[in-house]
Design a protein around this ligand. Structure first.
Ligand SMILES: Nc1nc2c(c(=O)[nH]1)N[C@H]1C(S)=C(S)[C@@H](COP(=O)(O)O)O[C@H]1N2
Ligand SMILES: [Mo]
Length: 323
């Protein structure tokens, strides 16, 4: 998300010099090419110093991961690119900051609670919570509202399996996903840049769609801290901000949750947040995107290319109003 004018962000102060210089080169190249789309304004990849790039091969591997027919066969983004270009405002608003500032973030012990309108509410130790489930690899397209995109091999648990296990009652219509509030560890939370903790929500049927997962890993390994360790939401047909990171509570509720970005800027960020090239952001077009590692923008597709699986969830809804 861009919360300040881009001119307010002094990349030179918060990114390594090599990265900053590369960005300048990219921006110069982009302006020469005069591509004229929001995608062209996405800064070039942070070529973060080698030492900051964890894995693959550094973090613990996740064993016994099943493949899935729901995975795309498109070329995956490079780990070093994806894991160093993050939005995680708890660790800074610059894309390079989370990989640097979340390095010592403690993800054990970790508790996760299931609350609200369910027959079986419970609080779990994270490792106990994950144990009963078979992990699946899901290679998904990923699209941030700011027009950068990626292809990511997540590893996770189908959300539908979790919903069934806790037995929602008839009052449960939505699920609220609450992430960690810990300003001692999360420097971004010492400022009021967003309402903390970061909250997201889904309608119950969206949460139960087979594409929706809680991710605990990527690229064969556990999640690096900057990507939402130990557990985060992944909803591949929606803008990336739906994917709350470092979850501590999953709450089954009767009315539509007000998520962090809806509170921050209602005209820009709606509850549904479906990827939709027909509905522009108030400050930029959503018709194009740029994948990390690629130079030329691509056309953005409805529901991020997942229309066959999810369009039915929105039958009869005006998606220009329910953006
Ligand atoms: N807790 C928390 N979750 C968050 C965010 C955040 O700032 N805090 N940013 C969101 C946004 S805007 C995006 S695009 C995705 C980015 O996930 P990634 O950095 O793993 O690609 O995380 C989402 N989840
Ligand atoms: Mo985003």
């Amino acid at each position: 998300m861009l919360i300040g004018k881009p001119a307010d962000i002094r990349y030179s102060e918060i990114t390594p010099r090599a990265t900053y210089l590369r960005r300048r080169e990219f921006l110069q190249a982009a302006s020469v090419a005069a591509v004229g789309t929001a995608a062209a304004l996405v800064p070039s990849l942070p070529a973060v110093a080698e030492a900051q790039v964890q894995g693959p091969g550094v973090l613990p591997k996740l064993p016994n991961v099943k493949t899935s027919a729901l995975s795309t066969t498109e070329k995956q983004s490079a780990y070093a690119d994806f894991s160093t270009y993050n939005n995680f405002y708890e660790f800074g608003t610059d894309k390079a900051s989370p990989a640097i500032n979340a390095k010592r973030f403690r993800t054990r012990p970790w508790k996760i609670a299931i609350e609200g309108h369910v027959a079986k509410p419970a609080a779990f130790d994270f490792d106990e919570f994950v144990k009963p489930y078979a992990l699946e690899e899901r290679i998904y397209r990923h699209r941030c509202v700011e027009t950068w995109a990626a292809v990511v091999p997540w590893i996770g648990i189908p959300m539908a399996d979790i919903v069934k296990r806790v037995e929602p009652t008839s009052k449960a219509k939505f699920i609220e996903f609450v992430t960690l509030f810990d300003p001692a560890q999360m420097p971004g939370q010492r400022d009021e840049i967003l309402q903390w903790p970061y909250i997201e929500g889904l309608r119950l049927d969206e949460a139960m769609n087979p594409l929706t997962i809680l991710a605990v890993g990527m690229y064969g390994e556990v999640l690096p801290n900057q990507d939402g360790a130990p557990i985060r939401l992944v909803v591949p047909w929606k803008y990336g901000f739906k994917g709350g990171k470092s979850l501590v509570k999953i709450r089954f509720v009767e009315s539509m949750p007000r998520s962090t970005w809806m509170i921050k800027e209602p005209p820009a960020y709606g509850f549904y947040a479906n990827v939709n090239p027909m509905v522009d952001h108030p400050r930029w077009s959503q018709t194009r995107e740029r994948r990390l590692g690629e130079f030329l923008p691509r056309r953005t597709t409805m529901f991020n290319g997942y229309a066959d699986q999810v369009a039915k969830l929105y039958a009869g809804m005006d998606l220009r109003r329910n953006y």
